[in-house]
Design a protein around this ligand. Structure first.
Ligand code: NAD
Length: 333
């Protein structure tokens, strides 16, 4: 079986981490033809849009993409390429695992959390406007369909991955309609999965509990904005943004990417940690059914980090992005 995968390098440090991930994936021997496509700020001059039609067509055809981070201007300028991709392909589930690795200094051991973030609704719906010059309004859109499918995805994921508990994260005490709907639906759907424990938490309390007792949590299902914030918090518990991969999954396709941004402050220096991109590649292989290759990448990454000889700067080492990737490849053998 051979696969064709759309490859988007992205902006800033994106090309460095994606090149590293591609090399590691290729070293597993899984036959992949890469279809290189472009997205990002630099495309505006060439195509008039940061997300060219050719890129959309490539992802539509292949159904799977590995993507580097793409910069989004703050306040003004074009809307996020990431949000546009998630909407175009209805990639409603954003799966963000955060796991401790032996060898990375952390206040906690044995963290193994997965944030399942709704990816298409909430304040990311982009329904936002100025009211005159001194006020602005944004609509928080939550639908029954959006809640049902993400909450079911979280429970099905928990069953599939042998996990024990799902926690719904919300602020239903204040946003009684929107988050209230999310919580009501979570409580209803939880009854269909008696083998999985269920509880819920208000998002602010959740943040406090995660930094005090992360071991009490397993799968967290969140509306879009809380999922974005809580998953970065979880990344901080396990060694930072360099360590956490993600999958954006929908009915018609899946895009795999590190959760970190384009890291413009270190772009071109070849010091960025490619672990998040490499582990995103492992998630992609698992999605393609290549679970043996996926697990071997995860183990090789864990072995290299545990050894502590080849680490990037963010993990206290001096290795370049490329040297780290090569160490992972060597550990695959
Ligand atoms: P960022 O994640 O790019 O960087 C935050 C800090 O973490 C920086 O100091 C950076 O050097 C460091 N960092 C990030 N990833 C690292 C890694 N793998 N190894 C070592 N250090 C790492 O966040 P930002 O600066 O807020 O965003 C930069 C740009 O990226 C923005 O335009 C933002 O919109 C975009 N962004 C894109 C995505 C995406 O495409 N999925 C996600 C988040 C942010």
């Amino acid at each position: 079986m051979s696969y064709t995968v759309t490859l988007i390098c992205g902006d800033g440090s994106g090309p460095e981490v994606i090149a590293a991930a591609k090399k590691v994936i290729e070293a597993t021997g899984v036959p992949i033809t890469w279809e290189v496509a472009e997205a990002g700020a630099a495309m505006i001059e060439k195509y008039g849009t940061p997300l060219p039609d050719e890129t959309i067509a490539s992802i539509r055809k292949n159904g799977v993409a590995l993507k580097g981070p793409v910069a989004t201007p703050i306040g003004t300028g074009f809307r996020s390429v990431n949000v546009a991709m998630r909407k175009t392909f209805d990639l409603y589930a954003n799966v963000r695992p955060a796991k401790t690795h032996a060898g990375i200094p952390s206040k906690f051991e044995n963290i193994d959390l997965v944030v399942v973030r709704e990816n298409t609704e909430d304040l990311y719906a982009g329904i936002e406007h100025m009211i005159g010059t001194d006020a602005a309004e944004s609509i928080k859109l939550i639908t029954r369909k959006g809640c049902e499918r993400i909450i079911r995805y979280a429970f099905d994921f928990a069953v599939r991955e042998g996990r024990k508990k799902v926690t719904a994260v919300h602020k239903a005490n204040i946003m009684k309609c929107t988050d209230g709907l999310f919580l009501d639906i979570a409580r209803e759907i939880a009854k269909e999965y008696p083998q999985i424990a269920f509880d819920d938490s208000i998002v602010d309390a959740m943040c406090m509990r995660l930094v005090m007792y992360p071991e009490n949590y397993d799968v967290l299902v969140c509306p879009n904005l809380y999922g974005d914030i809580v998953s970065d918090l979880c990344a901080g518990l396990v060694g930072g943004l360099g360590m956490t991969p993600s999958a954006n999954v929908g009915v018609d396709g899946a895009i795999f990417e590190p959760i970190h941004g384009s890291a413009p402050d270190i772009a071109g220096q070849h010091i960025i940690n490619p672990t998040a991109a490499i582990l995103s590649g492992a998630m992609m292989l698992a999605h393609l059914g290549e679970t043996t290759a996926a697990r071997s990448i995860e183990k090789a990454v864990a072995d290299v980090i545990a050894k502590g000889e080849v680490l990037t700067k963010d993990l206290g080492g001096t290795a370049s992005t490329e040297t780290f990737a090569q160490a992972v490849i060597d550990a695959l053998k």
